[in-house]
Design a protein around this ligand. Structure first.
Ligand code: E4P
Length: 215
């Protein structure tokens, strides 16, 4: 499973790259709004650091304007994937952009029908939002399972990005289901490497090593 970082923060992106855990980045307007740099310069810098795709969201609401905005985003760097919220206008824009060879990440996906429509429109990625579904008492990961089954049924090669990940269990379940990509916030990425027994083990070994050094 590829790991994308769900952030627009350069320090976090650099840290994940050092860990060898950076296959791509997903941003959204909320994440970008937390950073101090101007939008284009920030995206350019992220694209320079990240070896894989960097999702950049479109905020226009009509197909024509989404296409225009997406083309502008795509000009920032070769590894930009444009993020388009699923809706009828977004599907029309996705068809045009995918035919032009621009990678689309269809975002804010909350149902299997939305994912299937996006795939048929030619999107490269779909992003089911699992945490936000859990928030309203729906099983977010069930959606991922359904989307993977449907894509498999029809041999669709659209990649599934498990998004809105809130904890390590989401990540593990995504991997067990065979999702293509998990996009994780930095705080979750750090938790993935941790285990209390590992911490206890390290502490015990360090204590015992002190005894060896004293000999
Ligand atoms: C994905 O592309 C989104 O940026 C993200 O996963 C949304 O997560 P949230 O529901 O925690 O805001």
């Amino acid at each position: 499973m590829k790991i994308f970082l769900d952030t627009a923060n350069l320090d976090q992106i650099k840290e994940a790259a050092k860990m060898g855990m950076l296959d791509g980045v997903t941003t959204n307007p909320t994440l970008v709004s937390k950073e101090k740099m101007g939008f284009e310069i920030l995206i350019k810098e992220i694209c320079r650091i990240v070896p894989g795709p960097v999702s950049v969201e479109c905020v226009s609401d009509k197909a024509e304007s989404i296409v225009k905005e997406a083309r502008q985003h795509a000009r920032i760097a070769d590894n930009v994937a444009v993020k388009i919220p699923i809706c009828v206008e977004g599907l029309k824009a996705t068809k045009v952009l995918s035919e032009e060879g621009i990678d689309v990440n269809t975002t804010l996906v909350f149902s299997a029908s939305q994912a299937l429509m996006a795939a048929k429109a030619g999107t490269r990625y779909v992003s089911p939002f699992v945490g936000r579904l859990d928030d309203i008492s729906h099983q977010g990961m069930d959606l991922v399972e359904d989307v993977l089954t449907i894509f498999d049924n029809y041999g669709l090669n659209t990649e599934v990005i498990v998004a809105s990940i809130r904890h390590p269990l989401h990540f593990v379940e995504a991997a067990l289901m065979g999702a293509d990509i998990a996009t994780v916030p930095f705080a979750v990425l750090e938790k993935l490497a941790k285990h209390p027994l590992t911490d206890i083990g390290i502490e015990r070994f360090l204590k015992d090593w002190e005894k060896v050094k004293g000999k």
